[in-house]
Write a protein that binds this ligand. Structure first.
Ligand code: SF4
Length: 196
């Protein structure tokens, strides 16, 4: 935070903006200064080029910080980030918005994630419902619930199966959301639940 604040002071007229995608924006940076700014961000581990990709997740505070929560969000986001840590793989997968909410108040906008994850409570246990096909773009849509939810530790595997199903069936240049809209939920349901 000090690094970002210092960069904002020196390069962005002391201004930092926070987007609803939970990214920070330094406005007004001179084009000639971009490389210097990038070098400082890179040294701080803040220069991953993953915007709009699988590692660029929206997650609400969830049970770690929110008294309304029914399940944790942040550890789920962290475990998915670790699973998709390889930047080359993220770029190979292409645009993918993963949104996570820790209760039905939906502060993580899970219902408009390409992959939405909603944390719920079932008899004192956290579990996670997955929706597919949501979008907050011009061509907006709500995600469709795929089926029964998953325990937290099983969520990264479930996301991986969904992504692999997309990769196996996509047409050349077809993004995740377009592929889902063409294919519908069935192949993804089969990947997640066929062996259950
Ligand atoms: S979605 Fe629920 S758990 Fe998450 S911040 Fe909003 S109220 Fe809290």
């Amino acid at each position: 935070m000090r690094t970002v604040a210092d960069l904002a002071l020196r390069h962005a007229f002391d201004e930092i903006r926070v987007s609803h995608h939970q990214n920070l924006v330094l406005p007004h940076v001179r084009r000639d200064d971009l490389f210097a700014v990038w070098k400082i961000l890179n040294a701080a581990g803040l220069a991953a080029s993953n915007i709009g990709l699988a590692g660029d997740i929206i997650a609400c505070p969830g049970l770690d910080y929110c008294s309304l929560a029914t399940a944790r969000s942040i550890p789920i986001a962290q475990s998915i980030s670790r699973r998709f840590a390889d930047l080359n793989r993220q770029h190979e997968i292409g645009p993918l918005r993963i949104n996570i909410s820790g209760c039905i108040n939906a502060c993580g906008h899970h219902h408009v994630g390409h992959i939405g994850i909603l944390g719920l409570d079932k008899k004192g246990e956290e579990y996670y419902q997955i929706t597919l096909g949501g979008s907050s773009s011009e061509n907006a849509s709500f995600g469709t619930i795929l089926g029964p939810g998953f325990a937290g530790e099983d969520v990264p595997d479930a996301i991986e199966k969904i992504v692999n199903t997309y990769l196996a069936r996509r047409q050349p240049g077809e993004e995740f959301l377009s592929a889902y809209r063409r294919l519908g939920p069935q192949p993804f349901k089969e990947a997640l639940y066929a062996a259950a």
